[in-house]
Design a binder for this molecule. Structure first.
Ligand SMILES: [Fe+2]
Ligand SMILES: [Fe+2]
Length: 174
């Protein structure tokens, strides 16, 4: 039987594994349909980091015998779809999507950092989450700096943030 703490750690690993998977699917959809050379290169740098993040949670998941979310097929297709659509809509939407998703992820990682620090457990996991959180914040700030917002873009950003929050809530539990 797993203790309550172990169950919470399982949730942390499950949701992060799902999130990093979703992130690489979004970026891969964006890269596939990106026509701007410079932006494409930057997205390729970002996705390499998302692969690295995902790998860590994938290995940790096996080590701790955590089950993955059953929602993977949805994140697989939904993430790619979101990436592809934003790329087809144009650079503004790519940045809006990155900014929205990464902002929610940074908040999500910061909450986990606070939680793990307060308990003084899982030092290795904590170190990795801190490193990944800094990477995500860089992705977010790149998008923020590049973005030219307008009303519709802002609406889209709000929508994407809510979508990300929902994905996080669901992936923790199921
Ligand atoms: Fe990531
Ligand atoms: Fe990221």
């Amino acid at each position: 039987m797993k203790t309550n703490l172990q169950k919470t750690i399982d949730e942390i690993i499950r949701v992060n594994h799902a999130g990093e998977y979703g992130a690489q699917r979004i970026y891969s959809g964006q890269i596939k349909f990106c026509k701007e050379k410079k932006l494409k290169k930057k997205l390729e740098t970002i996705i390499a980091e998302e692969f690295e993040h995902y790998d860590y949670f994938d290995k940790t998941m096996l080590k701790k015998r955590t089950r993955p979310t059953v929602l993977s097929p949805i994140w697989h297709h939904g993430g790619y779809f979101l990436g592809a659509v934003t790329s087809l809509l144009g650079e503004k939407y790519v940045h809006a999507c990155t900014e929205a998703v990464e902002e929610v992820i940074v908040g999500h990682y910061n909450a986990q950092i606070k939680y793990l620090e307060s308990l003084g457990v899982e030092k290795e996991l904590l170190k990795k989450i801190k490193k990944f959180c800094a990477d995500e914040d860089e992705h977010r700030s790149f998008a923020e700096q590049s973005n030219q917002s307008d009303q519709i873009v802002d609406l889209f950003k709000g929508f994407t943030k809510n979508l990300t929050r929902l994905a996080i809530r669901l992936s923790k539990k199921i």
